[in-house]
Design a protein around this ligand. Sequence first.
Ligand code: COA
Length: 260
Amino acid sequence: MVFQNLLWSLDSGVLTITINRPDKLNALNSATILEIKDAFESASKLVGLKGIILTGSGDKAFVAGADISEFKGLDANQAKSLAQRGHDIFNLIENMHVPVIALVNGYALGGGCELAMACHMRIATSNAKFGQPEVNLGIIAGYGGTQRMIQYIGKARSLELHLTADTIDAEKALHWGLVNYIETDKGSAFEKALYFINKIGTKGPIAVAKVIKVTNDYFIDGVDGFSSEVDAFGDIFNSNDVTEGVNAFLEKRKANFKGK
Ligand code: COA
């Protein structure tokens, strides 16, 4: 697939999507965010997809935020629509049926931090920096950051970052639970992400999708995650994967899941 502000690379079932506006530190302008939507919608239809690595072009930034130049002159309704569009797209990422791993290679600020948080795992390079500096502009996070950050690091630390606009480095992000791993550079972070996607790719695809779904259900108001788990557990037994997984164990061989 060809995009203006994204690079799309599919190799052996692993899709790497690179946000490619390095001269603007990969800031999310409207065109880019719409391309992210297109990319994830297309990815969701790919047969044999094992997982997605989402990263930023260059070594300086994952994404340095929403494109601030597009905030100029917005009225309240336009701002609300912009935020809603971001929410819809980040929800799409969070609800992908395969693992989405953010490879955070530098600044992940504002919308960049929010984008990383919408992914299922985060692997940071040692120069990564995380923050929600919106209050510096007199605004607040609008792509789910006030909510998702609490889920990862708790209310006190989330409020600290959102209220002070301070950034934290990769070590602190790891300590606080915002990232899963730190790697020295982009190459080793990519290898680590690849390792996880390939490992998860050997598991039952239906089960993987259900784990993501029921985990997300925990955070949806009015949805009982425990009931979701019971339903999902039952649904899985409609698939051939269960027979294959159980037989493979009993026959002491590797399972060959078909995702059916
Ligand atoms: N929106 C639009 N453009 C941005 C941007 C953003 N969020 N972040 C960086 N850029 C642009 C800069 O305007 C600059 O463009 P220019 O060369 O045409 O002037 C280019 O990217 C490089 O950024 P620069 O500020 O020169 O790099 P730096 O190394 O001095 O500083 C940051 C890096 C990340 C600290 C700084 O760019 C910054 O504070 N960005 C905004 C972060 C933010 O508030 N994000 C939340 C937005 S809601």
